[in-house]
Design a protein around this ligand. Sequence first.
Ligand code: 13P
Length: 246
Amino acid sequence: SRKFFVGGNWKMNGTKKVADELLSNLVKGPLDPNVEVLIGVPAIYLDFVKEKAPCNIYVAAQNCYKTEKGAFTGEISPSMLKDIGIDWVILGHSERRQIFQETDTLIAEKVNHALESGLSVVACIGETLEEREAGQTEAVVAKQIKAIKEKICNWQNVVIAYEPVWAIGTGKTASPQQAQDVHKILRKWLCDEVSETVAKTTRIIYGGSVTSSNCRELAKECDIDGFLVGGASLKPEFVEIINANQ
Ligand code: 13P
């Protein structure tokens, strides 16, 4: 009952020309109609991409701030995103957490404000290698998701992306079992701490070195509802990843 969801996170990559090429690749597809597809685009290209993207492809910002407007030089607000027709935002990516020191609390505030402003959110969580090796994976992801839970009251427009930091951009994918184990823990957490309905309906997608060669095995796991793809979303193989269930 959870519709498969595949996002491509372009990160800080691309030009107008590259954006055109990536869009044509998606338009050519063909894409499994039973999959929701999203592309996370650098802010400066959002308008350009949104104008050209077919309506079956969601266009997302990769970040936004926690208030509507004001003296926050360099920031972009959810209402500005809505103003140019953007309906989605990726928040809490590990690169935001690690490189830009975003805390659990700030991310939760951003998620809440984005939802209140009418955006849908891909909220990212995940442990570092050090945390995994110390046996803290469960505690870390629970702490990250709890921070979000404390600030929001409606999970309807939230997709959770589990992205273990050690798997991002490293070529070291989590095994299907490793990913499934954490997704299952997260779903149980949602059931215990939020509600059974939210646990059953919320998509939990996996990110970290997903490629056309490992996506099918990952997609077979019952708690993996899709992917958040970095590097491979900039390549033609992104179409194969979207179609992982076919
Ligand atoms: P890679 O697919 O390049 O490992 O990146 C994953 C990611 O961070 C998606 O948000």
